[in-house]
Design a protein around this ligand. Sequence first.
Ligand SMILES: *Cc1c(COP(=O)(O)O)cnc(C)c1O
Length: 371
Amino acid sequence: MIPILDLTVQYRALKPEIDAVVADVFAHGHFINGPHVHAFEAEIAAYLNVPYAVALNSGTDALHLALRALDIGPGDEVITTPFTFAATTEAIGIVGATPVFADIDPRTFAIDPQQIERLIGPRTKAVLPVHLYGTPAAMEEIMTIAQRHGVAVIEDCAQSIGAKVGVEATGTIGDIGCFSFFPSKNLGAYGDGGMLVTRSERIADRVRALRAHGGAVKYHHDELGVNSRLDEVQAAILRVKLPHLDDWNARRRAIAQRYTEQLQHVPGLDTPSCALASLPVYHQYTVRVDQRDALRRLLSDVGIQTMVYYPTPLHLQPVHAHLGLGPGTFPHAERAAAEVLSLPIYPELDVLDQERVIAAIAMARQATVGV
Ligand SMILES: *Cc1c(COP(=O)(O)O)cnc(C)c1O
């Protein structure tokens, strides 16, 4: 069986170091806002080349507190993509704001900047692009439009840590970048975790207060906050992993390159693409195929696990039914949801398994398309 992701290989490689830091935390006994959390914030800030990084409980909280820090709430609108994980719009809903969807660019699967401008109105407070699958959204165009209209940009970088547009890391281009350390992400904890980064000291201070019950000083509370801290054990583990991230992302790119070289001529299948100036990190390697579900079954029959991220665009989810956006509203997102298939990819996936995936797809395609 070739899984889409296997986290155990990485743990085996790092076991002595990880076990040692976890034991260190248990021994020093400083479990909340301890030395590893502070060091990890500084290391992420340095890695991304951004002045402020605030460690949080999850990527969802990073998005939610980003909106809070910008005073976005009831009556406000946030323009985002319908083709993403539910947490993106969940964060908008948590603060009482309304998501306004724009269709995607079918080539990058990210929000289409051309759709954004006509949706900007007096209630628009922010644009929230998602670097889906680790492929950067069209940040240059998005920033130009946002600046023209004076709206903020919050980047959902849950899948894109290490990805760049030119020399700039995703998450440092807009006003706020939101990262997730969910175990399956490119930099994954052994539990939940997240990080908010920004160039604004004011925003960083506000989020530091919000994550600790709404007050910068203990037992003093200026506003309603939450309890959203990255715990010391996860920070210690993430510090062991961060120095490996660039190498892991490079290996993901090498796997993606092999997949693309070998799959680009398979009939009825489109390999992923991204803008020339951008450096993707292939959180997922996602192709488009017709008769997707048939291919998925055939691959499963030969022991190859694939996934569909995501089968239903958010405007068609029950949680957003009150927006009244029926099928056909966002044709590119809907088509993507019907056609995408993510193949096994993780840094330790060996060449033999990559070749097996490629061969199985070529065989299966012959069976389904009949060529
Ligand atoms: C994983 C993910 C999130 C949420 O991150 P959590 O840490 O699981 O809360 C948000 N947006 C996208 C696109 C994601 O993939």
